[in-house]
Design a protein around this ligand. Structure first.
Ligand code: UGA
Ligand code: MN
Length: 258
């Protein structure tokens, strides 16, 4: 299994802290071999500063702009949908000559990732891998409830009855499952509780397909991905003048996404 390509899909958009978030994520992913990073810009065009970060990882990557279209929630749904379509129509290019198999992971640009999430969990997903996510869902941790190695329930606060009560960061699907389906994060997912369970159910997956990771042992279980959010600093804006527009803030020639 260990030669499976890891395909990470990351929606991203312009904001004050985005470059900082992306540098953090890029530094983590740089440590992982055989990983293709698909980054979709929620905007009309690519941002050179973002592309430079991707280049410096030395990872194979794809960077495409797809601005969220009317009707879609502005939370990465449309970008992940376009990435799924890209994966399905460019599979051999993404896998390269050396890989026949892959795993798809939706890694948002603002989470905190342990390298072992990729090397020990995602790399080994045969169908649908699920693991704990820290600081998500209004609680300390969300995790699959594992009994005798199988998952019949979820330790989550919000709507545990969902078929897959898991955050975007808490699962990965084998490329085979992606290729055998046309499921995307469609508009109908708005009526299906959360995008995660919508996608996975649409892929034809069931709870019995879940391979739990990181649950061994009674205590001191480790969390390998945290649902963090970088706070936006409160920088006072230049006051608007009725006659003159406010001048752009001075960043002394440095690139900041103001
Ligand atoms: C939570 C989950 O962690 C997301 O994976 C899920 O898509 C989202 O809920 C949802 O309900 O749909 P949260 O941390 O609250 O997300 O949201 P963000 O991290 O702000 O956004 C998720 C991803 O979408 C990020 O990679 C972000 O860069 C991207 N995004 C966000 C855009 O591409 N455009 C936007 O306008 C906002
Ligand atoms: Mn987030």
């Amino acid at each position: 299994m260990s030669d499976q390509m890891i395909i990470v899909v990351t929606p991203t958009y312009k904001r004050l802290t985005r470059i900082a978030d992306m540098i953090r994520m890029a530094n983590t992913l740089s440590h992982v071999k055989n990983l293709h990073w698909i980054v979709i810009e929620d905007g009309k065009k690519k941002i050179p500063a973002v592309e430079n970060i991707l280049k410096r990882t030395n990872l194979p990557y794809t960077y495409l702009p797809y601005k969220t279209i009317e009707g879609y929630p502005k939370r990465g749904w449309y970008q992940r949908t376009m990435a799924l379509k890209f994966i399905r129509s460019n599979t051999s290019q993404i896998l390269g000559k050396e890989h026949e198999e892959g795993v798809v992971y939706f890694g948002d640009d603002d989470n905190s990732y342990d390298i072992r999430l990729f090397t020990e969990y995602i790399r080994n997903v045969k169908t649908l891998g699920i693991w704990a996510v820290g600081l998500v869902g209004g609680g300390y941790v969300e995790a699959p409830k594992v009994v005798n190695g199988t998952v019949a329930e979820f330790n989550v606060g919000y709507l545990p009855s969902r078929t897959f009560a898991v955050d975007m960061a808490g699962f990965a699907v084998n490329l085979r499952v992606v290729m055998n389906s046309t499921a995307v994060f469609g508009l109908h997912c708005k009526e299906r509780y959360t995008p995660e369970t919508c996608l996975l159910e649409d892929m034809g997956l069931e709870r019995k397909d879940i391979e739990p990771f990181g649950w061994e042992g009674e205590k001191d279980r480790e969390i390998l991905v945290w649902h963090t959010k970088t706070s936006t600093p409160n920088i006072p804006k230049a006051e608007k003048n009725a006659t003159k527009p406010a001048p752009p803030p001075d960043t002394y020639g440095y690139f900041v996404e103001v």
